[in-house]
Design a protein around this ligand. Structure first.
Ligand code: ADP
Length: 217
């Protein structure tokens, strides 16, 4: 699904590249952890896959298309294949269902159908009954689930997560990882950037290990 070939990324003005000469392959249907210390380059790697940052060198293949060559007009088509889960949930001050429906409405779906799809996504994360709540009325763990529902509402092929349990305690984190496993069982390819050593030990998966911008093999 994703192949990095000699990918490097240096931010403008930075003394050291954020990523250097990365080569790896994520097969369709895989679930992988992306681990490494703060500043190792995890977020940058996810941003390259999303087309939010551009590589300075190398090629990134997404289902056989080189996404380093996409024009800015083609990036939205790439993003429609991808769901992104964040550490800070960034929910809007609309109802839970409206938060989940928003990406579909932005993509041009009619609001009624988007709402129906949002309810299905909320059902998947166990929050159908809270569709009409406002974000402050639900817990932090539930807000993270809303963010996950929003990430999967457009049925992406690839689910990316950047420290998705960074603000949650152990048991809630395990529930979130269980959800990722469930989506993976449904065929979605999953890549999770995480520091959460406990969870990695409880649910071992293949790991990409970044150290100061290099992949450790
Ligand atoms: P991680 O997600 O593993 O904490 P990041 O990908 O955020 O790592 O950062 C990797 C390196 O790139 C760090 O040295 C960081 O300071 C630098 N960096 C990240 N974003 C930017 C940016 N927008 N401009 C300049 N340097 C950045």
């Amino acid at each position: 699904m994703i192949r990095f070939s000699n990918v490097s990324k240096a931010y403008h003005g930075a003394t050291q590249p954020a990523l250097q000469g990365l080569n790896f392959h994520l097969p369709v249907g895989s679930m992988t952890y992306l681990v490494g210390h703060s500043g190792a380059g995890k977020s940058t790697l996810l941003k390259l896959i999303m087309g939010m940052e551009k590589a300075n060198a190398g090629n990134i293949w997404f289902n056989g298309h080189d996404i380093t060559r996409l024009s800015k007009y083609e990036i939205p088509f790439l993003r429609r294949q991808i769901g992104m889960v964040h550490q800070d949930y960034r929910l809007l001050t609309d109802s839970v269902a409206e938060n989940v429906a928003l990406p579909l409405i932005i993509a041009g779906m009619n609001p009624k159908e988007a709402h129906t799809r949002a309810l299905v996504a909320l059902d998947r994360v166990g929050l159908r009954s809270k569709a009409n709540y406002m974000p402050p009325q639900i817990s932090g763990g539930e807000q993270q689930r809303v963010d996950i529902a929003r990430a999967i509402v457009h049925k992406p092929q690839l689910l990316l997560a950047d420290e998705p349990t960074g603000n949650l305690d152990g048991e809630l984190s395990l529930g979130i990882f269980n959800l990722f496993e469930e989506f993976n069982r449904l065929g979605i390819t999953v890549l999770i950037a995480t520091h959460d050593i406990n969870l990695i030990q409880q649910k071992p998966k293949p790991c990409l290990v970044l150290e100061q911008g290099y992949l450790r093999y």
